[in-house]
Each structure stands twice: as C-alpha cells, then as structure tokens.
Design a protein around this ligand. Structure first.
Ligand code: GLP
Length: 272
C-alpha cells in the first residue's frame, strides 16, 4: 500500500489526478471506477485541466460510478444546485468538460423500477467491460466506501442500502441544504456497489482530506478490518493500492513517520 501525504487539498488532488492520468496514458481504453462527494472535485478539476492543456484523451475511457441516491436521476432542465443526483454531479464536475463518450459513462440509475434486477445488470456490465482497472474512492465520515454503511458485508455486491444518520447529516450539509430541501425529504436509500465489487478493482486510489476525516482514516488504515468501517476492507485488497491524504487527514495516523519515510525511500529508488 502506498500512503502518500501531501501538504493540502490541492496537492492531494494534483497527485491523485496524476495517478489517474498515468493509467489513461498507459491504457487509453481503461475502465475507471469513479466517486462523488467533495473530496474528488479537485482531482476532477485537475483532470479537466490536463485534458484541455495537455490533451489527456478520454475518448476510449469507460467509467462506472460507485453509487446513486434511490429516487434521483439526472435532470438537465433543472439548475445544478437543484439536481442532487450523482449523475448530475459527474456531468457537471467532469464529464461535460472532457471528451468522454456519454455511452461509456455508467452511473447507477436511481430511477430504476426494479432495483434488484438493475443492480445485477450493473455488476454484469462491469464484468463485460473487463472489470475496473482503477477505482477512485473517498471515505465517508462513518468509514464507508460508496454507500456501504457500517454493518455491510465485506463481500457485498451492488445493491440498495439504507443510509445511516451520520451519512444523511453529512450529505445534507454538503449537498442538499443549498437546494433548500428539507432534511427528511432527502433520499434515505441508495444504490451502491458492494465492498466485494470494489475489492475486485485491480487498483484502488483512495483520497481523504481535512481534520474531519483524520479519525476515520486512522481507523480505516490502522484499525482492525471490520464491517463497522467498511473502508477498512482496503487492508484486504490484493492489487495496487494508493492512498493520498492531506496533512490534516493523516494527522491521527500512529505510523505517520513510517509512511513518510517509506515514501521518501520509494522515491529515491524510483519506485514511485
Ligand atoms: C458520499 C459518497 C461516498 C463519499 C462520501 C464522502 O457518502 N457516497 O462515495 O466517499 O460521501 O464525501 P466527501 O468527499 O464529501 O467527504
């Protein structure tokens, strides 16, 4: 596991975008798993810059998003701040700015009439695409990946999940409040890739920034692997793992000095 610590959010975002851009350059038709939330916005901005200024080419890239609120779907007739769907978030924060083909971008359909069947279909599409080469992830305040709330099986697959109070509070503050939506009117369920699905990605890139995430990052990376902090499943992943943190998010890690030392060493030996 490469644990990379950067001074601030912008540096974290630049590093993460560099990892993704390297994947795309090496394999132009790579399959990316993408995430929503405030954390990856800077990474997407940097990818957009690379596309515009350096010609980073997304024309063959395929993407699968982690999750979507049940009951929400993209509605381009609404202004962005009134459309809380993750599909809209991806469109506004990344897709509309780059040369990706719309038909190559998969975001779970929150408006599906048959969520169970749909979730199976989503899993099959990931398989048909050859599996995910690189999965980008944030971490929720309660330690979740995607919407795998505490208690989700570490072998779980794409499915409907009820959101817990902390997630509802966090996501209300960050995304729903500005639309003037009442707290109890926000969706309480979501379609989410499972932890088992995520662990099948060949590589994982997890980001966290800010003091608010420091405790949960320490639990995820240094605590026991537990379904109570579903992101701790990162410790079970068998492929390439890169965790990029800013100083604040890294500040409660017990082994911080060790990670900084290893990063320096790997750099000296050309391994990073
Ligand atoms: C949501 C998303 C997660 C994301 C988390 C953290 O719950 N489903 O995929 O990692 O929020 O969001 P933020 O980056 O805004 O802290």
């Amino acid at each position: 596991m490469d644990i990379i610590i950067r001074d601030n959010y912008d540096e974290m975002s630049r590093y993460a975008a560099g990892v993704i851009a390297d994947f795309i350059r090496k394999k132009p038709n790579c399959v990316l798993g993408l995430a929503t939330g405030s954390t990856p916005i800077g990474t997407y901005k940097e990818l957009i810059r690379m596309h515009k200024e350096e010609g980073l080419d997304f024309s063959q890239v395929v993407t699968f998003n982690l999750d979507e609120y049940l009951g929400l779907g993209i509605d381009l007739d609404k202004p962005y701040h009134l459309d809380q769907s993750y599909a809209r978030f991806m469109y506004e924060e990344l897709f509309k700015h780059i040369n990706i083909r719309q038909e190559n971008t998969y975001v779970p359909d929150g408006l599906t009439r048959d969520p169970e069947k749909y979730c199976q279909w989503y899993e099959e599409e990931i398989k048909k695409a050859g599996g995910i080469d690189l999965q980008l992830l944030g971490i929720g305040g309660d330690g979740h990946w995607a919407f795998n709330e505490p208690g989700s099986s570490l072998a779980s697959r794409t499915r409907v999940q009820a959101l817990n109070k902390q997630t509802l509070d966090d996501n209300y503050e960050s995304f729903f409040k500005k639309a003037g939506i009442e707290r109890d009117k926000m969706p309480h369920f979501a379609i989410t890739m499972g932890i088992g699905t995520i662990l099948e990605a060949r590589n994982i890139l997890m980001l966290a920034s800010g003091l608010k995430k420091a405790d949960v990052v320490a639990k995820c990376l240094e605590g026991p692997v537990t379904s109570q902090i579903t992101a701790s499943a990162i410790q079970l992943h068998s492929g390439g793992i890169t965790v990029v943190l800013d100083r604040d998010a890294a500040s409660r890690l017990n082994n911080l000095d060790h990670y900084l030392h290893v990063e320096k060493l790997k750099r000296e030996y050309g391994l990073l």
